[in-house]
Structure formats: C-alpha cells, structure tokens
Ligand binder design. Structure first.
Ligand code: HEM
Length: 159
C-alpha cells in the first residue's frame, strides 16, 4: 500500500493503550523513570558514562536530579509519538527540537545498541508498572511508537 509505505497504520486502539498506560504511570513518573534507567545501566553499565551529569557527579545515581527528567522525556515523547502516528501516520516533532535532540545524541555518542537496550528496559518498566493491564497489544503499541520516534531522531543524528 503506497499510502502508508507498506506498513500497518497505527490504530486508535494502539494509541489508547499507550496513553492509558502512561496516564497510570505518570503520577509516579520520577520513580518509574529511575527504575527504567537503572535497568538500562544494569544491562549496559558503560551507558552511564554518556551522561555528563552522571560522569562528573559524586552523588549516587538515584539521587541525581537530572536522571529523572531524561527518563520522563523518553516516556512522554514516546507517548506523543503514538498520538502523532495515529493522527498523522508519522512522528511529528517540531523541526528545531528534533534537530537539537538528534545533534545532542550524536554528540554524546549514543549508538544503535543504546537505543535497543533502552527499548527493552522501557517495555520491562511499563510491564512492571501496569501489572494486569499488560498485554501483547500494549507491548506492540509502545514498541512501534518507540521505533518510529527513534527513527525520527536518527535522521538528525549527525554533527
Ligand atoms: C539528552 C530525549 C534516548 C542519552 C536528551 C534530551 C532529550 C532526550 C529531550 C535533551 C536534549 C537537549 O539538551 O535539548 C531522548 C529520547 C530518547 C532518548 C526521546 C528515545 C526515544 C537516549 C538513549 C541514550 C540517551 C538511548 C543513551 C543510553 C542522552 C544523553 C543526553 C541526552 C547522554 C545528554 C545529557 C547530558 O546533558 O549529559 N535526550 N533520549 N538518550 N540523551 Fe536522550
């Protein structure tokens, strides 16, 4: 199908699964964000070195005030990507912020493997957070939204 480049389109139901689960988590966004990034660093300890504020800090990871906001950005932007995918069939991020985000991740040396580990940890964290509500469909909806968001970021990952 030429209209959606052969891919399945993102449905209202998929959007609802993402929005519903994020709404449940966002009251405790800080805590889930912390769990999310601790999972990432357990799998890929070297990823910690990418973050300037972790590298140059003596406070323990859990107490670093800058870790939670980045974790929350990943959640919020993935949820927004789901909404955009349903509405527009693609991820729409304001050009200037997409360029900035792409450039920052390029500059700090984020590579494919980091995005993969992060995807795994994101899904595991949501699974833990939503409990009984978790389903294969919910996992798939978050996966598609995350993959599309990362694809958009990667188009701007250059100096
Ligand atoms: C910075 C979002 C994935 C590492 C940022 C910023 C945003 C963001 C909004 C701030 C950019 C600015 O300064 O204006 C996201 C989103 C992601 C993602 C939406 C996935 C969908 C990752 C991954 C890693 C990573 C997988 C590495 C494991 C970093 C680092 C910075 C950064 C190192 C710079 C932090 C610093 O100032 O030291 N990210 N990010 N990000 N991100 Fe991500």
């Amino acid at each position: 199908n030429c209209e959606n480049m052969g891919g399945e389109s993102f449905t209202e139901e998929q959007e609802a699964l993402v929005v519903k689960s994020w709404n449940l988590m966002k009251k405790n966004a800080g805590e889930w964000g912390l769990k999310f990034f601790i999972k990432i660093f357990e799998i890929a300890p070297s990823a910690q070195k990418l973050f300037s504020f972790l590298k140059d800090s003596n406070v323990p990871l859990e107490q670093n005030p800058k870790l939670k906001p980045h974790a929350k950005s990943v959640f919020v932007m993935t949820c927004e990507a789901a909404v955009q995918l349903r509405k527009a069939g693609k991820v729409v991020i304001r050009d200037s912020s997409l360029k900035k985000i792409g450039a920052v991740h390029f500059k700090y040396g984020v590579v494919d493997e980091h995005f993969e580990v992060t995807k795994y940890a994101l899904l595991e964290t949501i699974k833990e957070a939503v409990g009984e509500m978790w389903s294969a469909e919910m996992k798939n909806a978050w996966s598609v939204a995350y993959d599309q968001l990362v694809a958009a970021i990667k188009t701007e990952m250059r100096p």
